[in-house]
Design a binder for this molecule. Structure first.
Ligand SMILES: NC(=O)c1ccc[n+]([C@@H]2O[C@H](COP(=O)([O-])OP(=O)(O)OC[C@H]3O[C@@H](n4cnc5c(N)ncnc54)[C@H](O)[C@@H]3O)[C@@H](O)[C@H]2O)c1
Ligand SMILES: Nc1nc(=O)c(N)c(NC[C@H](O)[C@H](O)[C@H](O)COP(=O)(O)O)[nH]1
Length: 221
């Protein structure tokens, strides 16, 4: 069994999620960040790859105090569980994701065991896989500890692996009103291309701020 897995990502019109520097580019408008905050609040866990932690240093917490309050009223923690996929435990000790605002799980492999002690002082470390984190086992584990809605906030390398494993149920993509360009800029799905393109079904499409918010169901064949 696995949670319902959905991606939320902000993209430029040319499909880029950052520029060639790989530093964070603000693509979302205010309305979109509010939408993302609500999605976070209605998720049990939020997952990112270590590439995103190293580039963006996200906190992955719910910003709106009322949404955190509603979670507590519903018997949940203020913030969803944060999950980092980090094969070699490269996570910096001062990463925001390791602060005490939410429960954090760092998923690593047998190659990441050297730093386990250090990280364990700040987060829960789980080991799944030898070279790359085994995402199927990780998602099964998350289901076992009660995660039913898993939000994936990137980046493109992690999303590619999850798609290959047929783990993603839905994409929420916000297209900001910009073109970033650059052959080496990260895209929504990086890594190798698919022999057969992954098919999607459009759920909804709406103007949001100055951009477009789209939802897509993944159709695996
Ligand atoms: N615009 C947005 O919404 C948004 C959101 C997130 C990230 N980003 C951007 O994306 C970029 C980072 O993305 P990225 O692709 O470099 O990194 P990523 O966040 O996808 O992390 C990938 C890393 O995770 C690790 N990993 C472990 N097991 C894995 C597995 N089974 N499959 C895949 N990866 C595994 C590997 O070390 C791999 O290099 C940054 O530039 C960031 O700004 C943008
Ligand atoms: N939704 C969204 N729109 C963007 O324009 C953008 N650049 C990101 N980038 C993803 C980034 O890695 C983080 O998810 C948050 O942008 C960081 O915010 P927090 O500190 O977690 O609140 N995400």
């Amino acid at each position: 069994m696995k949670p319902f897995v959905f991606v939320n990502i902000a993209s430029s019109i040319d499909g880029k999620i950052s520029d060639e520097s790989r530093k964070q580019v603000r693509i979302s408008c205010r309305e979109d960040f509010q939408r993302v905050d609500r999605l976070r609040a209605f998720s049990d866990a939020i997952m990112v790859g270590i590439g995103t932690v190293l580039s963006d240093d996200p906190s992955l917490t719910v910003k709106d105090e009322r949404l955190r309050y509603e979670r507590v009223q519903a018997g949940k923690d203020e913030n969803p569980i944060r999950v980092v996929v980090d094969s070699r435990l490269r996570i910096p000790l001062n990463a925001k994701i390791l602060d005490d605002r939410a429960r954090t799980i760092v998923a690593t492999t047998e190659k990441g065991l050297e730093r386990v002690k250090l990280i364990e002082e700040r987060a829960e470390v789980v080991v799944f896989g030898r070279e790359k984190v085994d995402l199927r086992l990780l998602c099964e584990y998350l289901y076992k500890i009660g995660v039913r809605r898993l939000m994936v906030e990137g980046g493109g390398t992690l999303i590619n692996s999850l798609l290959r494993e047929k783990m993603i149920d839905e994409f929420n993509i916000y297209y900001g009103n910009m073109i970033i360009g650059g052959r080496n800029s990260p895209t929504v799905v990086d890594g190798e291309s698919f022999a057969d393109p992954v098919r999607l079904e459009l759920i909804s499409c709406q103007k949001l701020g100055e951009g477009i918010f789209t939802r897509w169901r993944v159709v695996y064949r």
